[in-house]
Design a protein around this ligand. Structure first.
Ligand code: GLA
Length: 368
């Protein structure tokens, strides 16, 4: 297979947050922002990595030396981790020259790392004719992130980058990985979905994410179920009565109600009641802020200000502790909402947020 160019997008998650490591439901869509790799196969055991977005020259690694815990701790761990995961799974990836260029904002909760992983997997899959399905590539990319990079994330971001399609949100059941593409064409309805990057940097390997995950596992164990997915919404009050630790109760309440919110959003989208998803998104934010405790003052400020300025709904998106929020608007109100958020940030003395409309875009693809 000849050398070429591949692209993989970042994502926002419409609804279904912190559910993916609880075997629950998520609903991301791909952003138009992508990480592009120009890749050439080489069979001499060398992986040469270069990024136009990062100062400094190319990094050369020997594929045979790649192992968890031996990474450099920077951006190269993501592609190196993918090569490690491919080889560990028995796929012959014997080296490559990989040059990256990305428009996905980093540390903004928009899955720049998943884009980097997925584009690497896609390129190597073609260069080495591995014949891997997209779902399988997403799983290997998650393994790279969990084991090689050391961030205990779920499967949502890699699947979104690998499997989303233009004009759709992806309804993913993270237990059996079954997928449905749900039409999500806001422009046709005069609606817009804004992404507000607070510029508060977040990282998933820094402990708080892992603590939430451990708390969810403790909740499932205390309730005697394999995962919080198995606590039915109708049985939530009974389940909460059986939990002593108030923190764990909050985590369980969030996950169970959030899975239910995904189902409600799908029901509304399928019924054509798209505007009505707004309040469900806002409820999701309150749950992440109060029960799951992964919001931050800047994210709360976006949500409160946008709603006061007439937005239909708003919530943080992604892992939280910074990163981005999404805001659903009637398109004519977008300028007012945007202005209000910018002014609120300026008066609070926060850095200026980056605000842009998000259109559901295609997943990873070969460009040439
Ligand atoms: C991060 C992780 C995902 C998911 C979200 C929260 O984006 O990478 O796996 O857990 O946080 O929904």
């Amino acid at each position: 297979m000849s050398d070429g160019v591949w692209a993989a997008p970042g994502r926002v998650n419409l609804i279904g947050e912190h559910t993916d490591y609880n075997d629950g439901f998520v609903m991301p869509f791909a952003l138009p922002h992508t990480t592009v790799v120009t890749a050439a196969r080489r069979d001499d055991g060398v992986l040469r990595l270069h990024s136009a977005n990062v100062e400094g020259g190319a990094v050369e690694l020997r594929v045979g030396d790649l192992a968890p815990g031996r990474g450099a701790g920077g951006w190269t761990d993501y592609p190196a981790g993918v090569v490690w995961a491919l080889r560990e799974a028995g796929h012959p990836a014997a080296g490559a020259d990989l040059h990256y260029e990305s428009t996905v904002p980093t540390g903004a909760g928009l899955s720049s790392s998943a884009a980097l992983e997925v584009v690497t997997a896609l390129a190597l899959n073609d260069l080495y004719e591995l014949g891997l399905e997209r779902c399988r590539m997403a799983r290997l990319c998650r393994r790279a992130e969990n084991v090689y990079v050391g961030a205990p994330t779920g499967i949502m971001d890699q699947t979104a980058s690998a499997c989303c399609t233009d004009g759709h949100a992806l309804h993913l059941d993270t237990r059996d990985l079954s997928q449905r593409q749900i039409p999500f064409d806001l422009a046709a309805l005069g609606l817009e979905l804004l992404v507000v990057d607070t510029r508060v940097k977040h990282a998933h390997s820094d402990g708080e994410y892992g603590k939430r995950r451990a708390g969810c596992e403790a909740g499932a164990a205390a309730l005697g179920v394999p995962a919080l997915r198995d606590v039915p919404y109708e049985g939530l009050a009974r389940a909460l009565d059986r939990l002593d630790d108030p923190e764990v109760r909050g985590l369980v309440r969030h996950v169970v109600t959030e899975n239910h919110r995904v189902e409600r959003v799908i029901g509304l989208l399928e019924a054509g009641e798209v505007r009505a998803i707004g309040p469900v998104l806002t409820e999701g934010h309150a749950s992440l802020r109060d029960d799951f405790r992964v919001s931050c003052p800047e994210l709360d400020l976006v949500v409160d200000t946008a709603l006061a300025a007439g937005a239909l709904g708003a919530r943080m998106t992604g892992g939280g502790f910074g990163g981005s929020a999404i805001v659903l608007t009637d398109a004519p109100t977008t300028p007012t909402v945007t202005k209000s958020v910018l002014e609120a940030f300026a008066s609070a003395g926060h850095a200026e947020p980056r605000i842009f409309p998000a259109t559901p875009s295609r997943g990873a693809t070969r460009v040439s």
